[in-house]
Design a protein around this ligand. Structure first.
Ligand code: BGC
Length: 368
């Protein structure tokens, strides 16, 4: 059983394999730890969707898709974003308001994984179901389901892409890298980092990959609030402290596209060659950067699919049945193992961009 809270740093390859195996098993168990007293609810019930602040394009898209998709499915919806600064308090108040208004399901993309136990407990007491969307909610028994792309796999794909990109430029190591991770209050940040380290750590231990600054701990690499300016200023400092002489920087592990572009901006500003930089989210500007040969990789986590699957879960709950999950082992939130429905993420580089985005009207034209 793997604890996916940020504190769990060491994750074995064997367990990772187990998760990969689970991801394809869409029929595996209905989640014995889910609250099983669902009686269903009205077809036009209110569904609350509480999303974090708009730290990447996927969150903007998710809000629109939930508003339209829930309406098309016949539900009333209340879709809210946490504000840009007082995010935790905003989201807590929004969830409380959804409970008061009688929402039957509350879908939550948590701003801070560990700060929602009071609100989700109130939701349960009022008879609502709670779905953690994209980001796990930790330290509470009051979360019924988790739906997300397989985020540990995202990290593994990023770690492997970093290696592949560096090898393509310089076939033999050692390779010098820097590591970045996301916001410490987002449970995903640690999961992405652990996934990447699952691939990179054996090479770091052997000396084939060298972290130039020595900053290898998730705490040293974190960027509060997933802010571009935070990543740019950390990269500026690293370039000044570690790469002001002749030392070459071969690669940077970046957990998402917003941070990847900030890192590239910093490197360009310093007049240095752009290293291999990873990313995630398939943001428009990053896809353009990949096609221009700057950013090396991104991850395709198709928000349209994730929202559609979440709405399917809501529809199933409406009938009083148990939604389908495909992982009942991996997502221990510190209090319980949350039954999860995981979708597979896809690595994208210039080589497979056209194929990966063929069905995406916004991104496909960029790859021509
Ligand atoms: C999401 C990523 C996103 C990040 C910042 C994470 O929880 O999984 O896709 O890049 O939040 O918005």
């Amino acid at each position: 059983m793997r604890n996916f809270m940020i504190k769990s740093v060491a994750v074995g390859a064997a367990v990772a394999l187990a998760l990969t195996g689970c991801s394809n098993d869409r029929d595996g168990g209905s989640g014995d730890s889910a609250s099983g007293d669902a009686k269903g609810f009205a077809k036009d019930a209110l569904i609350g969707v509480a999303l974090p602040s708009k730290t990447s394009e996927n969150w903007v898209l998710a809000g629109d898709l939930f508003t339209n998709g829930l309406k098309d499915a016949g539900f009333q919806s209340d879709v809210q974003y946490a504000g840009a600064s007082t995010t935790v308090a905003d989201q807590q108040a929004q969830i409380t308001a959804m409970v008061t208004k009688g929402a039957k399901v509350i879908v939550i993309g948590a701003t801070d994984a560990a700060q929602l136990s009071t609100q989700v407990s109130a939701a349960h007491q009022a008879g609502a179901k709670v779905i953690a969307y994209d980001r796990l909610i930790t330290n509470t028994a009051d979360v019924d389901y988790y739906i997300a792309f397989d985020n540990f796999k995202v990290g593994q794909l990023q770690g492997q892409a970093l290696l592949d990109g560096m090898k393509a430029k310089k076939p033999t190591g050692p390779w010098t890298v820097e590591l970045f991770s996301g916001s410490p209050d987002d449970n995903n940040a640690g999961v992405f980092f652990n996934g990447a380290m699952d691939v990179l750590k054996p090479l770091i231990d052997k000396g084939d990959v060298v972290v130039g600054s020595g900053q290898k701990d998730v705490k040293q690499t974190a960027i509060q609030g997933w802010k571009a300016e935070g990543a740019q200023s950390r990269m500026d400092s690293l370039l000044n402290s570690t790469y002001n002489g002749n030392k070459t920087l071969d690669g940077v592990l970046s957990p998402n596209d917003t941070l990847a572009r900030a890192i590239i901006t910093s490197v360009k500003g310093a007049g240095k060659p752009i290293p291999v930089v990873t990313g995630q989210d398939s943001e428009v500007e990053s896809v353009k950067s990949i096609m221009a040969g700057e950013q090396y990789s991104t991850i395709n986590k198709d928000t349209r699919k994730l929202v559609a699957e979440t709405i399917n879960m809501v529809k199933t709950l409406q009938t009083g049945a148990e939604p389908q999950v495909n992982d009942t082992k991996s997502y221990n939130n510190g209090t319980k193992v949350v039954p999860a429905f995981l979708l597979p993420p896809v690595i994208v580089t210039k080589a497979n961009a056209a194929e990966s985005y063929a069905n995406d009207p916004k991104l496909a034209p960029l790859t021509k």
